[in-house]
Design a binder for this molecule. Sequence first.
Ligand SMILES: [Zn+2]
Length: 351
Amino acid sequence: MQRFVLLLAFAVLLTGAAWLDTRAQTDGAVVSGAHRFQKVADGIYYATASGTMNVGANSPIIVTADEALIVDSSITPAAGRALAQDLKAVTTKPIRYVVDSHYHYDHSFGNQVFDRDAQVIGHQNTLVRMPGSMQQFTYLNSVRPIPERVAGLKERIAKEADPQQKTALERQVASSLAYLEQVKETRITPPNITFNDSITIARGGREMQIRYLGRGHTDTDVVVFLPKERIVATGDLMESIISYMGDSYPEDWIGTLERLKALEFDTVMPGHGVVFTGKNKITVFQQYLRDVIAQVNAFRKQGLSAEDAAARVDVTKHSGEFPQIRGVGIDAAAVRRLYRLAQDPNAGPTP
Ligand SMILES: [Zn+2]
């Protein structure tokens, strides 16, 4: 009898493991066109790129009984249209709300696709920041280096012997060149509804709180918090990877993240990277910010240029939580930003 029970337990373990394995492979995700939709909870999805086009940021999707809300409209009108089309694989509910997590191009340049039929909601500062953003460093740096990068990729393709690698490189060239074409269609379309502190949408059985918690990644960042589901969409205020700092307010960011941690959630759907749980990653990112600020300030006082300082900042001790950190040195745009804020703590976006 005992032996039978043991065997049975073993059989359950085996089938259980096999089942888990399948789940891990498929992730319950649906691939549709340019997107992959990961189910995070009932009616809540996380849209990421499937690899066929440059879609920019990841978009959390919240479906209610009657309609859908998407966080971030993608990097171009073409990518925004693709998102609306691809989303039909997981819901046929109309997209009635689009939340701009902040003004950056890779999150908001698809707005014009949704402006007529949806309420495009963002912080009041997004209305102020979006119009100039196509002439600023952060956006221009997404297009200006492409020709050189494509030339480099083409050289590698010419030398590549492995056909699979070659195909992958060719796809990169194609999507980079397509992006250069797709950006031409962009008409800056700021949110059509703005707020300063918070706005709550209570529709179709969901409560969706859109909140501004203070300056951080930019001065326009908002989060979408679902108290009942204990889920928060954070844009670039908190990513599973190290956030871009070129337009940030790093000193304020630490306190803003403290206010984020005060919300009662278990799951984070970030603007880039992957869905993660818990608050430890946020605490480590706060330590990372403190560390970057302290080291950069010290180098600045020693008279180092921003570029030299950037090469020397050592944040490798945070690589456990952020494995993208592979050695000494950080993005020079982050250091230039801190140098500028030392002159003017209320500086606008990097020109
Ligand atoms: Zn951003």
